[in-house]
Design a protein around this ligand. Structure first.
Ligand code: SAT
Ligand code: MN
Length: 587
């Protein structure tokens, strides 16, 4: 029975049901009883395996279709009316043309199945940041993941009332046919269509599809920002908590920074870190002229491999109850394992495809993109402000990437516009794990390359325009934890030690620490970074880490010019000017 009398919702659900022809439409209320029944059904149908209740209470195991293990950028589309509004970094198709393709694929795709109606909120229901959505899906796995990743429940029907202001998402696992897999956004209709995949970023529509691609368009129209950023609270020895946001491309340690554990020297002094978010931030100007942020999500969809008691104990601890594991190794005792968890791979286990697994075979047991879906509340360092409907005030925005050379450990932009420039030229080098040449540089502006729902240059202009709405804007920084020496050894230890750099950033925010001005921005002097207790970084190395070399930047500047050329006339003048300044520096 429909749980709402909202005509807009009812009409749309009927339209989708008429197209997909499920046997039944099930309106979900998000209650614990309902979810428990769905879990039981998922176990009966072999979708989930119940894990060891003693060791991993409330946890389940799932194997995806082996052809469906990651986001598919090549099949992800932004279908606005005009192609030029989608820009050069998005796939585009005319809305009518795409709708005809989708209609054929969805036609009758749910016959023999149920269609679940998921009511969900991104951010706390009733918060000024909150946006409501419905996802229609034929996948119980998707329902149970959405129940962790979003605020799902019947209060969404109440909060929405009769309003037409909600995001429509139609998902079907269909036949899992990769040739007919589509992830499609219609920003002008606030709607999302996802078919033939059940993978996180493709199918949990609240995440990248809504909270980034659609929300970036809403932010442009309504005067706020939807960003691919973690949110971290840093508590100093005086007990003051300062909040920062940070955007990094994948494989640059976003989750590790979001759950940072201070090194011993800092811990003893009383420093502490609090996680507000690990992937997405929505940022709005507040009444006090500052920029305020919420994490619109309610859980972590984290990469399992490499997560260990050493690398990220907080992330590991987050997965110890009420978590869904996808595509990891399944042990005989009903627990899980993945590469990089510890040095004791199980010898009596099944791999992510369900085959008996011999760790000595050289074949990986967990898929490299295997995941955990864990409630944020499980995290030992989850911020007390996690559910604050007003969000947290942001003092610094940090951009960064993986760069072996050229880019210093940290620098501060000279102004808001210069900070937007810094974000727009972000790049990261490919690791051995990704396809393509190792070391090859991919520009990923604000880490939003696959997630910006409109023309990237218009997005930069929107960032520039935001300055006029915030009288006390965050300072903008760039970091690079990944500088190496000639032999490829990292010059900076990273992980918890990054707090030493964050301390400088906080000092800059309150004007209590020094810097030198360079054409790139403000850099710390070596004495501005506290190295106490960090003998592995000699003074000479730090000096190298915080210096810039115009000769090295000459090639960089040429590459930025090529990157910018893609955006044609839309490239904002302020960014051209910043590039010109750099050009005159490198000569
Ligand atoms: O692949 S997902 O988009 O689901 C997760 C991520 O990349 O953050
Ligand atoms: Mn992400």
């Amino acid at each position: 029975m429909a749980l709402t009398s909202n005509k807009h919702v009812l009409d749309w659900v009927k339209e989708c049901a008429d197209l997909c022809r499920p046997d039944e439409v099930v309106w979900l209320d998000g209650s614990e009883e309902e979810l428990a029944a769905l879990r039981r059904q998922a176990v009966e149908e072999g979708i989930l395996i119940k894990l060891n209740e003693e060791k991993l209470p409330g946890c389940y195991y799932h194997r995806s279709n082996p052809n469906d293990v990651a986001r598919v950028e090549s099949r992800t589309f932004i279908c606005c009316e005009k192609q030029e509004d989608a820009g050069p970094t998005n796939n585009w198709m005319a809305p009518d043309e795409m709708k005809a393709i989708l209609r054929d694929i969805y036609d009758g795709c749910m016959t023999g199945r149920k269609m679940y109606v998921i009511p969900y909120s991104m951010s706390v229901v009733g918060s000024p940041f909150a946006k409501y959505g419905f996802e229609l899906t034929d996948s119980i796995y998707v329902v149970l993941n959405m129940a962790i990743m979003t605020r799902m429940g019947k209060d969404v029907y109440d909060a929405l009332g009769d309003s037409p202001d909600f995001i429509k998402g139609l998902h079907s696992a269909a036949q899992m046919d990769p040739e007919k897999r589509y992830i499609v956004h219609f920003p002008q209709e606030n709607s999302i269509f996802s078919v033939n995949s059940a993978y996180g970023g493709n199918a949990l529509l609240g995440k990248k599809c809504f909270a980034l691609r659609i929300a970036s368009c809403l932010g442009r129209d309504e005067g706020w920002l939807a960003e691919h950023m973690l949110i971290l609270g840093i508590q100093d020895p005086q007990g003051k908590i300062t909040y920062v946001c940070a955007a990094f491309p994948s494989a640059c340690g976003k989750t590790n920074l979001a759950m940072l554990i201070p090194p011993e020297y800092y811990r003893k002094k009383g420093w502490k870190c609090w996680t507000v978010g690990d992937d997405i931030a929505w940022l709005r100007p507040g009444p006090d002229g500052r920029l305020w942020a919420v994490n619109p999500e309610n859980g972590f969809f984290g990469v399992a491999p490499g997560t260990s008691a050493k690398s990220n104990p907080n992330a590991l601890e987050s997965t110890r109850k009420n978590t869904i594991f996808t595509n990891v190794v399944l042990k005989k005792d009903g627990t899980v394992w993945w590469e990089g968890m510890d040095k004791n791979p199980p010898t009596d286990a099944e791999d992510w495809k369900g085959n008996p697994w011999d760790p000595a075979s050289g074949v990986k047991g967990a898929h490299p993109n295997s995941r955990f879906t864990a409630p944020a509340k499980n995290c030992p360092c989850v911020s007390p402000e996690f559910d604050n409907p007003q969000g947290v005030p942001i003092s610094a925005i940090i951009f960064g990437g993986r760069r072996a050379r050229t880019v210093p450990l940290v620098y501060q932009s000279k102004s808001w516009a210069h900070g937007v420039f810094t974000g727009s030229i972000m790049g990261s080098e490919k690791t051995a794990a990704a396809e393509g040449q190792v070391g090859e540089l991919r520009r990923d502006p604000m880490a939003m390359l696959p997630f910006c729902g409109y023309h990237m240059a218009d997005y930069w202009q929107h960032w520039l325009d935001m300055e006029g709405k915030i009288s006390d804007p965050p300072k903008i920084f760039n970091v690079n934890w990944f500088r190496t020496d000639e032999k490829g050894n990292f010059l900076w230890p990273g992980f918890g030690e990054n707090l030493r750099v964050l301390e400088w950033i906080l000092g800059r925010c309150k004007d209590s620490v020094g810097a030198v001005e360079t054409p790139l921005g403000y850099l710390p002097r070596p004495e501005d970074i506290d190295l106490t207790g960090l003998d592995e970084v000699p003074a000479d190395t730090l000096r190298e880490l915080v210096s810039v070399d115009p000769a090295a930047w000459k090639g960089e500047v040429a590459d930025i010019r090529t990157h910018y050329a893609k955006f044609g006339d839309k490239l904002p003048q302020a960014l051209r000017d910043c590039l010109k300044d750099l050009e005159s520096w490198v000569g």
